[in-house]
Design a binder for this molecule. Structure first.
Ligand SMILES: Nc1ncnc2c1ncn2[C@@H]1O[C@H](COP(=O)(O)OP(=O)(O)OP(=O)(O)O)[C@@H](O)[C@H]1O
Length: 322
């Protein structure tokens, strides 16, 4: 388990991690999401004592990182896959790490096998591709068979097969009852890997929410199709109701539930050929959550997005029909 209480970090005038409080539970993969510069890496670095917080506290498996006598058995981390001597082989790199915790060479060979580096384990790691480096970083994290695993952007540089492999690996580690905390700025990836999400923007907590709840909150409108569109439009009209017509003639309705629409159509004896909930994709829900927290905008970023909900209890803002 990982616990943060009011964790805060400032660099000069800028607060890059701002009063973060949340708990990462064992048994599920928790995704740590946020735009570039949101403070994810800084948070992770503080959790393992690589940065000193300016406020708040954190604990891994019930104790601060520094209180653990053998931290590699408590928390395995991948923070920088390039952090290795290029002249050393993968095996020697792992043996050196293993020596700090009296971990056996047998365990080194096990993790090499687990991450699929057996064929290149004795070659200079300086020649490794980005993906091979990520695999070596993951092997380092797993070396101590830790209860908690924390990986910063582990899919960086992996090919599709590698991405699928890490997804299954993380889910497997969680299924064994471990705490798995993994950062990404890609919702699409986290949607497939994580069951729970911590979303941050500009150092602040935006959402602490299960993927299932985020999906449930992302219902944005109801699509209804009828051969008597004009009459249906009239019976649905109301102050807080927005009805737009799609190119195929179907109506897209916000402000009424699926049941209310069905009841009104039935009361007016209007035949309905389709009545479906339209959900924003998780990617859209995430973009809405973080719209105001994106620090570095590309030229294609649209202006005037919805306000950010500040807690998990706040529903995803509804997409307004144009
Ligand atoms: N050592 C440092 N000195 C000054 N500013 C820093 C330092 N480390 C990080 N920052 C700043 O802190 C902010 C948060 O950075 P951080 O790397 O934690 O974000 P991130 O969410 O991991 O982003 P990314 O997805 O781009 O890796 C950024 O504005 C970054 O420029």
């Amino acid at each position: 388990m990982i616990e943060l209480h009011g964790l805060t970090k400032r660099y000069g005038e800028k607060t890059v991690v701002d009063d973060l409080t949340f708990t990462i539970q064992p048994g599920v993969v928790t995704g740590f999401l946020g735009p570039n510069g949101a403070g994810k890496s800084t948070t992770m670095r503080m959790l393992v004592g690589l940065e000193e917080p300016d406020g708040g506290s954190s604990a891994v498996n019930g104790r601060t990182y520094g209180e653990h006598a053998a931290p590699a058995h408590e928390i395995g981390v991948l923070l920088d896959a390039g952090a290795r001597h290029p002249g050393r082989s993968a095996r020697d790199h792992l043996l050196a790490l293993a020596a700090t915790h009296r971990i056996s060479a047998k365990r080194v060979d096990e993790v090499i096998e687990l991450v699929g580096l057996a064929e290149v384990a004795r070659s200079r790691s300086g020649g490794f591709s980005l993906g091979m480096g990520q695999r070596l970083g993951i092997a380092s994290a797993l070396l101590g068979d830790p209860e908690t695993v924390m990986l910063d952007e582990p899919v960086n540089g992996l090919d599709p097969e590698g991405i699928r492999w890490i997804r299954e690996l993380l889910r497997g580690l969680a299924a064994e009852g471990r705490t798995v905390f993994v950062s990404s700025h890609l919702m699409s990836e986290m949607a497939l890997t994580a069951e729970h999400l911590i979303v941050v923007g500009r150092g602040r907590l935006i959402a602490d929410i299960s993927v299932a709840d985020l999906v449930a909150q992302s219902i944005t409108s109801v699509r209804v199709r009828s051969p008597r569109t004009a009459e249906l439009r009239a019976v649905l009209a109301g102050d807080d109701v927005t009805v737009t017509t799609g190119t195929d003639g179907a109506l897209d309705v916000t402000g009424l539930s699926l049941e209310q629409i069905g009841d009104r159509a039935a009361a007016a004896a209007l035949t309905v050929h389709e009545l479906t909930l339209q959900r924003a994709s998780l990617e859209e829900a995430y973009m809405e959550l973080t719209a105001h927290a994106v620090e570095y905008h590309g030229t294609l970023t649209t202006a005037g997005s919805s306000p950010i909900p500040t807690t998990s209890a706040t529903p995803t803002p509804e997409r307004t029909a144009a």
